[in-house]
Structures are given as C-alpha cells and as structure tokens.
Write a protein that binds this ligand. Structure first.
Ligand code: SF4
Ligand code: SF4
Length: 301
C-alpha cells in the first residue's frame, strides 16, 4: 500500500515545517494579534494555494464572478507533472505582498483562504491507495520573523482550527482533497488524464460560475440525468454546485458512476467500456504470445 500526503499549502514561501507530525490534541504556543511587532510580515511575501471553497468565498466577498476572480487575483500552477492544475493567490504587481493586505490587516479577513487560517500549522492529508477516506495530521511551521510563537498562549491544534473557522473550510474542501489524493496515489494505473478532463477539472474546481453555465448547457443535459429538484438546488447555491462538481469529477477522472447518465448515453458508455476491455485483453494476449515467441521460438517457423 502506498501512502500519499498532501501538505496543505504552506502559506509563506520557504516555510520550514518542523518535520514532526502530530494530531489535533497537541498544544501549541501561538497568538497573532494586531500591534505585534511582526504585523503583516507574513502577508508581505506570499505563496498561498487556494482550495475551490477559498475561491468561492473570495469571489462572493468581492462580488465578482469566479472567472474575474481567476483573472485578477490568481496564478495557475502545476500541482504535479502532467497532472492537475492548482491555483495560487497572485501577489501585487511587481511585488510579493498579498493584494488583500492593508495596514490594518487582511481586508478579506472573514473570507481569508484556508492556508492563511492554518498558519502556523500545516495540514497533512494522507490516504491509502484506492481509498477515498483520508486521515489528517498536522505539523508546526516556525519562521524566525513570526513572533506569534513567543506570545504567552497555549492552545491545542483542534481548538486553534475551531477558532480559525477551519472545520467548515476543511469539510467543504474534503471532496476536492480526496480527488487530488486519489489521482496522486493512483499514478499510472489511472493513466494520464485527457486534456478535456483536465479542462473540466479546472473549470469545476476553480471557475464555478462557468461550471454553472456548463450544467445548463444542452450537451450536459443530453448526457446526464439529474433530477429537476437537484438541478434547481445546485444552480441556486454555489456550495451545492461545488459539491456536485466534486462528484461529477469522480466520474470524469476515475470513471466512477457518480452521476446518472441518460439511457442512450449510458448504453454508449457501456459499449465504450466493453470495447476498451476487449482492446486491453487483445493487447495482453498479443504481448503474451510475442513473449512466448521470443523465449521459445515460433513453432510455425
Ligand atoms: S488573504 Fe489576508 S491573511 Fe491571507 S495573505 Fe492575504 S492579506 Fe494575508
Ligand atoms: S505573528 Fe506571525 S502570523 Fe501574526 S502577523 Fe506576525 S508573522 Fe504574521
């Protein structure tokens, strides 16, 4: 079995994670407060990956579409070679500071991203190969410039997560993290996703308003059999749409039957699956025969 982990987005460049994993009951000494001598130092040099729920909250906060948010506030990056893309906060033009930093602190504080909430804790998600359930553990990041570690307050990581509103953020990002972990730990057995499925992944995870239009498109409705009340709910609610999107991606990326197909589409899909299985069998037979030939020679020769 292979364990895979995904460090949750160490928020600030070059963050040295003290390589000691612990669970949520571990107490840490830390407090960040206005007036501290290092105020805003962390937000002056950012490297913050965003979850789909981070983007949802920030685009709602700013009152703009997800597409506009992506254009003005993010940079794409490759999470793994030939694999799925991630999105990071784009710093200010010609600088390293966060666009949301103000002298008073974070201008989007109530909707700040997961990585900003976690700091100075790093989340490590792990899962066993071919399982969707993941387990979480944590590590502490100690950077010299951050004086919060000298503040006289002890708090367990669990209580810190609660204080920072992370229970909701983690819960709503779980489906996404599980997709990434499954993709990473499946490796070549799942194969390289097609360009189309990578585009769908990007749209669903990061460009929710475009995904909403996609769900209303003729092509989508010819293919998928969504009950009318579910369609109504996901079109009206960003969070429901995002969660549906993760379900949809399990079908797109891993071939799971997670969204019902219309009868004709299901039959076509079944045909494709059968054809693929036959092709794999044929190739395996041919390979086996060729190996036997090279070992023992062809009896017809
Ligand atoms: S979003 Fe807010 S907390 Fe996060 S880096 Fe930017 S200013 Fe700092
Ligand atoms: S205590 Fe740490 S997290 Fe808070 S402002 Fe200072 S550097 Fe940033």
């Amino acid at each position: 079995m292979t364990d895979t982990y995904m460090a949750a987005d160490l928020p600030f460049s070059g963050s040295p994670v003290i390589p000691q994993m612990c669970d949520g009951s571990k107490p840490i000494q830390f407090r960040c407060r206005k007036g501290i001598a290092c105020w805003n130092t962390c937000c002056s040099n950012i490297d913050i990956s965003l979850t789909p729920y981070d983007i949802l909250r920030l685009k709602q906060r700013l009152g703009i579409t997800s597409n506009n948010f992506l254009l003005h506030y993010t940079l794409p990056y490759e999470m793994e070679q030939n694999g799925i893309a991630g999105v990071k906060l784009r710093p200010v033009e010609n600088g390293t500071a966060c666009q949301f930093m103000t002298p008073e602190g974070c201008s989007v504080y109530d909707d700040r991203p997961t990585a900003c909430r976690y700091y100075p804790v790093a989340l490590l998600s792990m899962r066993k190969q071919d399982e969707y359930t993941d387990t979480q553990s944590y590590a502490l990041v100690k950077e010299e410039h951050c004086l919060g570690h000298n503040e006289p307050r002890e708090i367990t990581i669990d209580a810190y997560r609660k204080e920072q509103g992370l229970e909701e953020y983690d819960e709503l990002a779980r489906g996404w993290r599980q997709l990434i972990l499954k993709k990473k730990s499946s490796g070549p057995s799942v194969g390289k996703p097609s360009k189309r499925s990578l585009q769908l992944y990007f749209m669903v995870c990061y460009d929710l308003d475009t995904f909403r239009s996609f769900v209303t498109s003729e092509g989508f409705n010819e293919l998928y059999d969504l009950p009318a009340d579910e369609t109504k709910e996901i079109l009206a609610d960003d969070t429901a749409l995002m969660l549906f999107g993760f379900r949809f991606l399990r079908q797109v990326l891993f071939g799971e039957n997670s969204v019902a197909l219309k009868k004709a589409a299901a039959e076509k899909r079944q045909e494709r699956v059968q054809e693929k299985a036959q092709q794999i069998e044929r190739e395996a037979r041919e390979k086996c025969a060729a190996e036997q030939d090279s070992m023992y020679g062809n009896p017809d020769d």
